[in-house]
Design a binder for this molecule. Sequence first.
Ligand code: GLP
Length: 249
Amino acid sequence: MKLIITENAGLKAAQILKERLAANKNLVLGLPTGSTPLGMYKNIANMYKNGDIDLSTVTTFNLDEYVGLGAGDEQSYRYFMNENLFSHVNIKKENINIPNGKAEDLDAECAGYEARIKAAGGIDLFYGGVGENGHIAFNEPFSPKDSPTRVVDLTQDTIDVNARFFDNSEDVPRKALSMGVGTILAAREIVILALGSKKADALHAAFEESENPAWVISYLQSHPNAIIIADKAACSKLSEATLKRAEVL
Ligand code: GLP
């Protein structure tokens, strides 16, 4: 796993997109929500505005969605994506995929989502954040390595951390639809962004310990093409040896 240390992770992540787009205009992307990718989305929107990138030929798959929330709910990930990315760039509506948290049959929605990813040829470039407990998308600790897109129960930790986006913690949905660990590991390239000292334990598990189902991020060790872009604070628990191997921007 490659480590890039920079205080401008959003710019680096957007530059990677620009490079990969130049090589393949039909990129299939995995896209995250959360506070971490906001800088990346701002940079992507700027690049589009300046005419540096054209996203009309890409297909996107969001990583997850809360069960019970739809486009009209300000806390839904669909709303977040419309606000922070889709309304600023030229990704075609029909090429945008987000799990439907209001589907009547949630299991069928997940199976259909997995099938749509396969039909698109799989994910070329997966962008993710990481939870304080090491989760990627909503794959909570001990998610199976080969898990597909599915309905998941959120841990109390995650409910507490994400409560900041809701009026009160009772409003945080207890379930979500999440791309699986297997779905993520099947991506041809994985880029994870990690910002701030709250992510330091997750990065420690990713780089300093062996693969451990308690830390989903550590599953990425077996991926041939994974990059973590982190700021200094997120790297504060990494060893000298790991820091020496990192690319520092
Ligand atoms: C949520 C999302 C994850 C995201 C995580 C971190 O739980 N499901 O995909 O990585 O939050 O969020 P933040 O970037 O706000 O720290």
